[in-house]
Structures are given as structure tokens and as C-alpha cells.
Design a protein around this ligand. Structure first.
Ligand code: 13P
Ligand code: SF4
Length: 309
């Protein structure tokens, strides 16, 4: 039996489903039942029939799955895999923001802890942030934690007044305009597809800006044969699988999320083998009640404002 057959057998025996983000390694994506961006994963988690969800991704994704499915058991392939940006805002920061900006809606990027979600008004992901923010009644928006995504949304929704937090993703922020200009010179005519966590100057020099799923969709639907990709290189697996005739290049060599890279096939297998002894995601009941509200509101607003992804 090869590694994949062993994992499939264990999933059946343990009534488990594997959900994976596009940033994990290709061999892990191959073992997953479903691979998606943060939004698709949050939605998918609400519809699985298995009692056990094994998450190949980072902690905020597993927490979201638990918040939306309190009766399921949620395990992380590696419980140490966190998101650097999620740690850049605390619940205390949000309470302080609320007291200083009582009329603002606190819009919380899903890359955040459950404690921060619990005191926020609504969550967004990179694929629905524009339409969710546009649909809010409040004119003033305090967007946490990512300043780059917030600036991107602010441009798309000029009718709102934005206050920015100072969070960022180290993986995306280190991609510079100079990197992009060099990559464009090396691959003349290539289209640049960027994640909105990138710097404003990188986004301004891109042909398309979108979530990981949006980037994959764009490449599938366009005829160009060469693309520069400004996001974590895990997306190269679906991009190359789906588009055999097309070429994809990273803008620079360091587009790796160290936390996503903690997830491995061996860890998936070992968690499944010893599921009963694994630490599952446990959140305080009162915290869960509060933290799931902005997430559920996001799902509702994203769907009722044109979301079909
Ligand atoms: P997506 O919402 O595009 O999946 O991105 C999640 C993320 O962590 C980006 O760094
Ligand atoms: Fe967080 Fe950045 Fe990693 Fe995404 S790529 S999980 S935002 S640290």
C-alpha cells in the first residue's frame, strides 16, 4: 500500500476528512479531500459529513472550521502552524479601537484569532472582502489586521472611509516592485497575478489581484501562456496541474509561508493513526458563540452579494 492508500484507509476507518489550503506542499494537496482558499474552506467545513476534520493549513483555518462546526472534532496536521499576521492584532486592540471609533464597523480579516473575531463586527476573506465591505451600512471601516488588503479594498470601495491597522503578511510583504520589474524583464509579455496581501506598489504593477482561488481561476480562463505569480508557491501545484500548456514563475525566490510548510504527508498519516491521542481544537463555549457570529455574517453577506465561489 502506498502512502496515499494508507491515508485513504485511515480516513475511512477514523471517519475523517482532510481539508487543505493551496499553500501546503503538492504531496499534501494530493492527499486532501478538498483543497481551497480560506473562503472555500470555511464554506466547505460547514458541509462535511465526517465527524473528524483534519486541517492541512494554519491555526486560524482550523479555528474557523471549529467555530462553524462546534459538534465536530477538528485537528491540525501540525498544531504549531500559525499565521504571523493573525498575531499582529489582539482582542484588547479591538476593544480599544471600538472605544476610539464607536461609529466604525470593525472588519476582521479571517486571518485572525478566535478571540479577535469574537469582538469584531464581521469577517472577510481576500475573495469576498470587497463585496462584504461594500454591503455594510457603516461608512467608517476599521480594517484589521492586514494593512495591504485594507488598502486594496479601500481603493475598490471609495465610498467608505477606512482606518488601517498595521498588520501584514511577511511572506507577501517581502515581494517588492523591484523584484517584479526584474521578473517582468526576464519574462516579457507575462501576465502578473498577485494576492492582495502584497504591497500596494506590487498590486499597482499587476494585471490581476485576487485570492488564491481567484488567481487559479484567472489563469484557467485566460489564454496567455506565461504568468508571474505573487503569492505563496503552493499555488503552483493547482496552476500547473490545470494548465499543462502554460508557464508559471514566482516573482522572487522566497515566496514561502514557513508555517504552511510545516504540514507534511507524514504528519497527516501520523495524526490519523493516533487520532484519539491528538490535541483537537478546543475553544471556550462563550468565546465560540461570539466568534462564530462575524464568520456567519460573512458567509451570509458574501453569498447574498454575488458570491458563488
Ligand atoms: P486566501 O484567502 O487567498 O486563501 O489567502 C489566505 C492566506 O493566508 C493568504 O496569505
Ligand atoms: Fe499568514 Fe502570510 Fe502564511 Fe497566509 S502566507 S498563512 S497570511 S503568514
Amino acid at each position: 500500500m502506498d502512502k496515499y492508500e494508507t491515508i485513504d484507509k485511515l480516513k475511512r476507518e477514523k471517519d475523517a476528512v482532510i481539508l487543505a489550503h493551496y499553500y501546503v506542499d503538492a504531496d499534501v494537496q494530493k492527499a486532501a479531500d478538498f483543497v481551497g482558499d480560506s473562503y472555500a474552506l470555511a464554506k466547505k467545513a460547514t458541509g462535511v459529513s465526517q465527524q473528524n476534520i483534519l486541517f492541512a493549513g494554519v491555526s486560524f483555518m482550523g479555528e474557523s472550521a471549529k467555530l462553524l462546526n462546534p459538534d465536530k472534532h477538528v485537528y491540525m496536521a501540525d498544531p504549531c502552524a500559525g499565521c504571523k499576521m493573525a498575531d499582529m492584532v489582539t482582542a484588547e486592540d479591538v476593544l480599544d479601537i471600538k472605544s476610539r471609533y464607536p461609529n466604525a464597523a470593525v472588519v476582521c480579516y479571517v486571518n485572525s484569532t478566535a478571540a479577535v473575531k469574537a469582538v469584531s463586527d464581521v469577517c472577510v476573506t481576500s475573495s469576498n472582502a470587497v463585496r462584504v465591505v461594500r454591503s455594510l451600512k457603516e461608512k467608517q471601516i476599521y480594517f484589521i489586521p492586514d494593512a495591504h488588503l485594507a488598502q486594496f479594498v479601500a481603493k475598490e470601495v471609495p465610498e467608505k472611509e477606512f482606518i488601517f491597522h498595521n498588520g501584514y503578511c511577511p511572506t507577501h510583504r517581502q515581494i517588492t516592485k523591484e523584484d517584479l520589474l526584474r521578473a517582468k524583464a526576464a519574462h516579457p509579455g507575462a501576465l502578473t497575478l498577485s494576492h492582495p496581501e502584497c504591497r500596494e506598489e506590487v498590486l499597482a504593477a499587476s494585471d490581476f489581484v485576487g485570492s488564491t482561488a481567484d488567481i487559479i481561476r484567472f489563469a484557467r480562463e485566460h489564454d496567455a501562456d506565461t504568468y508571474l505569480i505573487a503569492t505563496e508557491t503552493g499555488v503552483f501545484y493547482p496552476l500547473t496541474q490545470e494548465n499543462p500548456g502554460k508557464r508559471f514563475f514566482p516573482v522572487q525566490a522566497e515566496q514561502l509561508c514557513p508555517d504552511m510548510k510545516l504540514v507534511s504527508l507524514q504528519k497527516l498519516k501520523s495524526v490519523l493513526e493516533h487520532l484519539d491521542e491528538q490535541p483537537e481544537i478546543i475553544l471556550d463555549q462563550a468565546l465560540m458563540e461570539q466568534a462564530k457570529k462575524p464568520l456567519e455574517r460573512m458567509l451570509l453577506l458574501a453569498e447574498s452579494n454575488g458570491g458563488n465561489k
